[in-house]
Design a protein around this ligand. Structure first.
Ligand code: ADP
Ligand code: MG
Length: 239
C-alpha cells in the first residue's frame, strides 16, 4: 500500500486547470523527486496534499485512508510535514530557540533538550545552536527549516525546492541529509530543479508539465527522454 497516493486529482483556479488528473503514488521509504518547468503546478500539488487547497475533484489517500476531506492540521497529526519555499524561521531567535518552539509541546520537558541536541547534530548545526537564525548562512537556514519540518518525526516529508539558492557544496550536503533521513525510514517527496541533487537522492522521478504527469521513471529514464528535454527549452532552471 502506498504511503501517499493521489487519484485523478484536479485543481482549477477559475479557468486555469493547474492540476490535471494527477495520479501519484509513493511507497513507504521512497525518495521521489517532482520536477517540471515553472508554473507546472508543483507547489499547488504540495498544497493539495497538505490540505491547504481543496481539490476540484479527485482523492488523496494517506496510508490507505481517504484524507481528501481532512484539514491541514489533521493531516499533519497523521504524520505529514512540509518545508515550503517561503522561509518560516524566526530570525531574531537562536537556532535552538527555533527548534524549541517547534518541539516544546510535543516532548516531555525532561527529554526536550536531548531531542534538540540530537536534531542539531543531525543538521550539523551543533556549533551554531546559540547563533541567531538570521545570522546563519543561506544553506544553514534551509537546514534549520528542514529540521523544523522533521522535528516531530513525520512519516512523509514534503520539500519544495530545498536547495534553491544553495552552492553546489550546500546542495550536496542537503542531499546527504536527505539520504540519512531516508536511511532512518523517512519517505520524501521533493520538488527540485537541481538535477545533480535529483540524481543523488531520487529513487523515482515524476515530471509535471501543464498540470499533468508528463513522464515518470528513474532519473536515467528521465534524462534520456527527449520529450522531457523539449519542455524545458526556453526556460531557465536556475534559481
Ligand atoms: P510550480 O510550483 O510548478 O512553479 P505552481 O503550482 O506555483 O507551479 O503554479 C501553477 C500555476 O497555477 C501557475 O500558473 C500559477 O500562476 C497558478 N496558481 C498557483 N496558485 C494559484 C492561486 N492561488 N490562484 C490562482 N492561480 C494560481
Ligand atoms: Mg513552486
Amino acid at each position: 500500500m502506498p504511503l501517499i497516493e493521489t487519484r485523478a486529482l484536479n485543481k482549477r483556479f477559475g479557468g486555469l486547470h493547474v492540476t490535471n488528473n494527477v495520479d501519484l503514488a509513493l511507497e513507504t521509504g521512497e525518495v521521489h523527486c517532482l520536477i517540471g518547468p515553472n508554473g507546472a503546478g508543483k507547489s499547488t500539488l504540495f498544497r493539495l496534499i497538505l490540505g491547504e487547497h481543496t481539490p476540484s475533484s479527485g482523492a488523496i489517500l494517506f496510508a490507505g485512508e481517504d484524507i481528501t476531506a481532512l484539514k491541514s492540521f489533521q493531516r499533519i497529526r497523521r504524520g505529514m510535514s512540509v518545508k515550503f519555499q517561503v522561509p518560516g524561521i524566526f530570525k531574531a531567535l537562536s537556532v535552538r530557540q527555533n527548534l524549541e518552539i517547534a518541539m516544546q509541546h510535543h516532548y516531555e520537558p525532561a527529554h526536550l533538550a536531548e531531542e534538540i541536541d540530537r536534531l542539531l547534530a543531525f543538521l550539523k548545526l551543533t556549533a551554531d545552536a546559540g547563533r541567531l537564525a538570521g545570522n546563519l548562512s543561506h544553506g544553514q537556514k534551509q537546514w534549520l527549516e528542514i529540521g523544523m519540518a522533521i522535528s516531530l518525526k513525520p512519516r512523509l516529508l514534503l520539500l519544495d525546492e530545498p536547495t534553491a539558492g544553495m552552492s553546489p557544496e550546500e546542495t550536496h550536503a542537503t542531499g546527504e541529509m536527505i539520504q540519512r533521513l531516508n536511511a532512518e525510514g523517512m519517505t520524501v517527496l521533493a520538488v527540485e530543479h537541481d538535477m545533480a541533487f535529483v540524481r543523488q537522492v531520487a529513487h523515482k522521478v515524476t515530471v509535471l508539465h501543464l498540470g499533468k504527469v508528463f513522464a515518470q521513471g528513474s532519473i536515467d529514464d528521465i534524462v534520456a527522454n527527449e520529450d522531457v528535454a523539449a519542455i524545458y527549452l526556453g526556460q531557465t532552471t536556475a534559481h
